[in-house]
Design a protein around this ligand. Structure first.
Ligand code: SAJ
Length: 425
């Protein structure tokens, strides 16, 4: 049993993905006995062998050591623990509402193992009210136990929401250094959750209630989405008015209170393009700007694709070649610079659309994938220099570091669409 302010001895982390596994590993590294739970039996076997099934710098060594020291063990169904941390996915449904089925499944799986004194922390990005919903599901499954809604600090089971806020690629650093927002369903839950995070956290624990903590996570990612939408909208306006958007933003950002983000081919990844919809679904009449920002960012890949089509036609005219003799090279497929993650990547979607429609040759360059990968149907993964020299049209989609070295000489006689400002900026 965990008392307020006392560190839990055994913590179960449910969902061993991009957030759960690093969290389990960091807890174990700091002496906590960790039981990791995942329905994916192959991931569980990999972890128990001291290996990892995801790509994240610095994670492999910590997992290997934790498993070797006997502090981290993975299983496919929950076991009794002092505290449970839920880090399962919350995708959105076809009508842009949150799909809470993974959280519900986790609640049903852990409910039989609960005992008085347990703490449950939800970390999955969730719409406002989800922690209360989680408590209701658990209360239904365990009528013999009391919960904060009716018993507050005296409840048998305490619950808190504590969003993850780490940047993919920097998870091991940010997990320890970033401040945490903790929103308990009671003051006691806040004290218990603070003790749990303080086993490894160097940042501060900022205490609030569950609804505010849930909204804080959605707000952070919506803030970024709205700001990126502003930059993307500027790129369309500037194209219409024949202004170089990169120069414009650089100049405007000299103002001491202006800090415009960078346009791109659209917003990718599994967070920023998803989370704002949870706010829109909860408050559709009020969330007008947040919805519009999503629509602006989601439209950008279409706009880029249309530009590419026009540029292919222009290249055919300029070179006197038939359209099916025009070679197109797409630079970058990942959802942002210097990572290999293709999930929800607008660059990948644009390259796929070009390759599917173009009757000539399409080449794709992605320096972060192995040379044997075949990420785009009807396109060949090609080395940068060859793909550039063969191209009539270059489509720059991701600002990977190797692309920054491309020279004007390499683009001589070619046309291009630059979505990241590496050429035009
Ligand atoms: N992007 C632009 N222009 C910019 C900045 C980003 O087009 O000026 C694009 C990127 O190319 C990418 C997308 O936005 O396609 C998202 O990239 P990102 O680096 O902004 O964010 P993520 O998705 O890698 O991580 C975000 C982070 N949230 C914030 O910065 C508010 C991270 O801290 C969160 O933990 C993460 O979402 C999450 O898990 O929610």
């Amino acid at each position: 049993m965990q008392q307020p302010g006392q560190q839990p001895q055994t913590v179960s982390v449910i969902g061993l993905g991009y957030i759960g596994l690093p969290t389990a590993a960091v807890l174990a590294k700091n002496g906590v006995n960790v039981i990791g739970v995942d329905v994916n039996a192959s991931a569980v076997a990999t972890i128990n062998a001291g290996d990892i099934h995801i790509v994240e710098p610095g994670l492999a060594d910590v997992v290997k050591r934790a498993v070797h020291d006997g502090l981290l063990r993975a299983v496919t169904s929950p076991e009794p623990a002092d505290a449970y941390v839920i880090t399962v996915p919350t995708p959105f449904t076809a009508d842009y509402d949150a799909d809470l089925s993974y959280i519900k499944a986790a609640a049903q799986a852990l409910a039989p193992h609960l005992s008085a004194g347990n703490l449950i922390i939800l970390e999955s990005t969730s719409p406002v009210g989800t922690t209360e919903q989680l408590a209701d599901w658990l209360a239904e499954a365990r009528p013999d136990l009391s919960f904060p809604k009716t018993h507050g600090d005296d409840a048998d089971i305490q619950l808190a929401y504590c969003p993850e806020r780490v940047l993919p690629g920097q998870v091991m650093h940010e997990l320890v250094q970033n401040d945490r927002v903790i929103g308990g369903l009671s003051a006691k839950a806040n004290a218990q959750a603070t003790a749990l995070y303080n086993t490894f956290l160097k940042g501060d624990c900022l205490l609030t209630n569950a609804r505010t903590a849930e909204m804080a996570k959605l707000t952070e990612n919506s803030f970024r989405d709205v700001n990126i939408a502003f930059a993307n909208e500027l790129s369309l306006i500037c194209d219409h008015l024949s202004i170089n958007v990169w120069e414009l933003i650089r100049l405007a950002n000299h103002h001491p209170r202006v800090n415009i983000l960078q346009p791109g081919p659209g917003v990718g990844g599994h967070c920023i393009a998803v989370d704002p919809w949870f706010i829109v679904a909860s408050a559709p009449e009020q969330a007008r700007m947040i919805r519009t920002a999503r629509e602006v960012n989601d439209f950008k890949p279409d706009w880029v694709y249309q530009q590419v089509q026009r540029t292919i036609q222009a290249a055919a005219q300029q070179t006197g070649k038939a359209v099916d003799a025009v070679n197109v090279t797409c630079l970058g497929l990942a959802f942002k610079a210097n990572i290999d993650d293709l999930r929800e990547s607008p660059a990948l979607a644009i390259a796929q659309r070009i390759a599917a429609a173009h009757s000539g040759t399409t080449m794709v360059v992605e320096p972060n994938l192995p040379a044997t990968a075949q990420p785009v149907a009807n396109a060949t993964l090609t080395a940068l220099d060859e793909a550039l020299s063969e191209a009539d049209v270059v489509v720059l989609l991701v600002d990977h570091t190797p692309f920054k070295a491309i020279t004007r000489a390499q683009l001589e006689g070619k046309l291009w669409v630059d979505t990241r400002g590496l050429i035009d900026g």
